[in-house]
Design a protein around this ligand. Structure first.
Ligand code: MG
Length: 248
């Protein structure tokens, strides 16, 4: 999609006079890390153990939900009821064990470059993840040194409502002390896009998994890139066009 068109559509939709990107609010799974395949595989292994058959792509659509919410969806499809608290705890623990037993997830190509470009332009960077998994959060400092200070991380631990609720992105804006019109969000999942868009950020969708760009647009993405690398390659142009839109 055309950058200029995406920016002017965004300004018209929001009734913002300008977009001045001071902070970048960045999702983790499927955005900074190529981790969604592992998550989908771990879910698939868990449901197969129950004798339930589900298409693997479906788990990419649930991304951003809490473990409990995903397990309830599985149970309602398979058994027509919610899972009990005991079932939720046992099955989520199992899924997490499967995930942790897999090979380490790799940083998404282009992610480190994009984070560096943001720093060079003086943009504040905030992590916005629904994950509470200590293993991945600890790895951030190793893979992207200095990119996110602990005061600039929204995880499942400091929100009441997870994505698609806007709370995680609103918290991120508060941490960075910016208004929605000063925020860009980067997301790969429809529920994450919904959350960022509902919070009022200019929302960049990435098709890093099997979910087509059309679904990200329907969820509220203002522009869609086919990969993190493609966004990094176009990032200076995008920011330049945003600043210029402010003058018009
Ligand atoms: Mg994600």
């Amino acid at each position: 999609m055309d950058r200029h068109q995406a920016i002017s559509d965004f300004l018209a939709k929001r009734h913002y006079a300008a977009i001045n990107p001071v902070a970048a609010l960045i999702d983790m799974d499927g955005t900074l890390y190529d981790s969604m395949g592992h998550h989908a595989d771990a879910w698939m292994k868990m449901v197969s153990g129950l004798g339930i058959n589900m298409p693997r792509d479906e788990f990419f659509r649930y991304e951003g939900r809490t473990g409990a919410s995903t397990i309830n969806i599985i149970f309602n499809k398979a058994y027509g009821r919610d899972a009990t608290q005991e079932e939720i705890e046992r099955l989520y623990h199992l899924k997490t064990e499967y995930f942790n037993s897999m090979s380490a997830v790799a940083p998404m190509p282009g992610a480190a470059q994009l984070l560096d470009m943001m720093q060079e332009t003086g943009m504040r960077r905030v992590l916005v993840t629904g994950s509470g998994q200590a293993s991945l959060i600890e790895r951030l400092e190793r893979d992207f040194p200095g990119a996110f200070s602990p005061q600039m991380m929204v995880t499942s631990r400091n929100v009441t409502h997870g994505k698609p609720h806007p709370e995680p992105y609103i918290r991120a804006m508060q941490m960075a002390r910016v208004k929605p019109s000063q925020s860009i969000a980067i997301e790969n999942a429809p529920l994450g896009v919904k959350s960022a868009s509902a919070a009022g950020a200019f929302t960049i969708g990435l098709t890093t998994g099997p979910i087509p760009g059309r679904e990200l647009k329907e969820a509220g993405a203002d522009i869609v890139y086919p990969s993190m690398q493609a966004l990094a390659d176009d990032f200076h142009n995008l920011v330049y066009d945003m600043f210029n839109s402010s003058l018009g």
